[in-house]
Each structure stands twice: as C-alpha cells, then as structure tokens.
Design a protein around this ligand. Structure first.
Ligand SMILES: [Fe+2]
Length: 340
C-alpha cells in the first residue's frame, strides 16, 4: 500500500466510524480544518454541559471536496474552518443550510455572518501593523502602506496568500479596482525584501533591521510574546509594537474562524446547539484563550496581550462583499508583480 492509499483508507475508515455512530441521537460530527488542539477544550466543555458527544474529523485541506463527494450520505453536521472565503465557497457549492437562531444573530454582528444565515463567525483575527518599537508612530491607515516615505522599509508575505487576498479585496471594496492597483504598486515599491515568508517573519525581520513596518495577523503577537510559538520568538514579539490600522473611511480588516451547518446534517439540532454554545460567554472566553483570537461577541474577555493593542474597530464592509472581490484582488497582485 503506498502512502496515498494508506491515507485514503484511514480517511474512509473514519467516515465509516462516524456513519456508524450517527445512529445515536446525542452525537454530532464535525469536519474541521482547525487544529484539533485549538478546539478540543471547547468541544469537551460543550459535551460536559450538553451530554452531546462530539466526533471530529480534522483535515488540513479539501474539506469542501470531501463533503461534496459524500453527498446526501455525508455524516458531517458542522463544518468549521478559518477564512471567510472558505465559508463563502461552501455556500456557493450548496454544501450548507441556513440556521434561524436568535442566539446566533444576537451574538454575531451582521457583517460577520452570511446574509442567508448559512455561516457565522466564531472568532476574529485582525490584519495589523507590526512596527519597530522605537518608531514614532501612533496611528496608521492601510492607505499609508503605499506612501513613498516607507520606501525600502515594508515587509509582508506573498500577495497571493489568502490573508493578503482578503486585505486587498477589502481595499477594493473601499476604493475600487483602479485605486487598488495604484496602491498595490506603491506597496510593492516600498518592500524591503521580496514578498514572502510567514507573518511572524515580519517581526523577525524588524528585529533584524531589515524592515521598519509590516502587515501581519494579530494572534501571532500572542504566540510570539507568550513563548507559545517557541523560545526564540519571544524576542521577535518584543521587537515590535502593534498598531490597529484602519481604512480611512472604515475600520480594521478582520478575518474569522467560523462554522456552517452541513446541508445534509444528520444531527442538525445538535449542530445548532453547539453553534449557540460557541458564542456563549464561556466558550468565547475559551476561544480567546486558546489562540489569542478576538471573541466575536461584544464584551467577551480578550487576552491581555491582544487587548494591549487598543480597541478593535472592525471594518463594517460585510465579509461576503469582500469575498466577492477576492478574484480581482489576486489578479491585481499578479498584474503588479507583487511577489516578483
Ligand atoms: Fe495563521
């Protein structure tokens, strides 16, 4: 048996195990791209409270393809993933169903859920500015990234990474395609090094004196400064200060982790019960603790490292509208040779 057929057999086995266990009423099957370690404490807390057993199938990639190929006999109840683009794709492929729940619509702001209630954000991450600690800078607009005064001073990962595609798509939502092309050209001209690496490399390269500023996700600061990302990263995290940038006519760009109930969910009632639990005060606190994310529910506690950035003012453009500009965003990044 080669490596791939071994994996296939293992996956098939887990589906059969799920299908077999679906007969019992108080069970629920989750397909998730989130690392099991991150969500397991939440699921354990839910089971302790509800007596609903939660089975998880973790897959790094191919969640939509898997659910689509299983069709009406899919054992999946809840689909959990990171990046609103993936959730929008699930809806467009007809793999989800709407959920009418006052608990969910009260907890999740309108711009952070599907207009047809097919998916809901559960936690947030912001695309923030990392800046050299000694830099005299207190506020920042995303538009400023193209200011020639930052020439040779900006670090950022690939323009084709979904984190940046979402940011560029939000820029299009605010300013249109033409202005975004001009802006991306300006940002590209300001790069200190080739666009690439990961978000944490921005902090590492600020420490190394390669760049002064850069764009990266908020939770990595928690991972670096706490040492949870590794000993050497503590110095990276401490080399930067974090500013929550905003669009001149908007707020800070966020992405989400979220979930949708699968179209053919055998245990829809339990899936909705879990979704409602995940936006409870208790679960929102666990979310924030697990991965240094922002809770989606207003007023839920935030990790002190993340809270130290100041108050997050989420950009009001609906995530669904931003998702509609992803293709243009990716094409523009290609057109201006962002990664070259
Ligand atoms: Fe990440």
């Amino acid at each position: 048996m080669n490596k791939f057929s071994a994996v296939k057999t293992a996956l098939f086995g887990s589906v059969m195990a799920l299908a077999g266990s679906g007969a019992s009423a108080a069970e629920l099957n989750i397909y998730t791209t989130r690392e099991p370690g991150l969500i397991q404490p939440l699921l354990d807390a839910f089971t302790a409270k509800s007596d609903v057993k939660v089975n998880t199938v973790f897959m790094k990639d191919g969640l939509a393809e898997r659910v689509a190929s299983e069709g009406a006999s899919s054992p999946a109840d809840l689909l959990m993933t990171v990046d609103f683009g993936k959730l929008v794709d699930l809806v467009e492929k007809g793999l989800t169903q709407p959920v009418e729940s006052k608990v969910l619509s009260d907890a999740v702001p309108e711009n952070l859920r599907d207009a047809g209630n097919n998916w809901f954000a559960l936690s947030l991450r912001a695309r923030v500015l990392y800046a050299a600690k000694d830099l005299d800078l207190a506020a920042f607009n995303y538009e400023d990234l193209a200011d020639p005064k930052w020439k040779g001073k900006v670090c950022i990962r690939s323009g084709q990474h979904p984190y940046n595609t979402a940011l560029f798509a939000d820029y299009i939502a605010h300013h249109g395609v033409e202005a975004t092309e001009k802006w991306l050209t300006g940002v590209k001209d300001n790069l200190a090094r080739k666009a690439g690496g990961g978000d944490r490399d921005v902090a590492k390269d600020i420490l190394g004196g390669i760049c002064d500023i850069g764009i990266a996700n908020s939770y990595y600061v928690g991972l670096m400064r706490s040492g949870k990302g590794g000993e050497d990263q503590i110095a990276w995290g401490n080399a930067i200060k974090v500013i929550l940038p905003t669009f001149k006519d908007g707020g800070t760009q966020v992405n989400i982790s979220g979930a949708a109930v699968a179209k053919h969910a055998p245990n829809k009632e339990q899936a909705v019960e879990l979704l409602e639990y995940l936006v409870s005060d208790e679960a929102q606190k666990l979310y924030a603790e697990a991965n240094f994310e922002y809770p989606v529910k207003a007023g839920a506690p935030i990790d002190p490292i993340i809270a130290s950035f100041g108050e997050l003012k989420v950009d009001p453009v609906p995530l669904t509208a931003i998702a509609g500009h992803r293709k243009e965003a990716s094409e523009l990044a290609e057109k201006v040779g962002f990664d070259n």
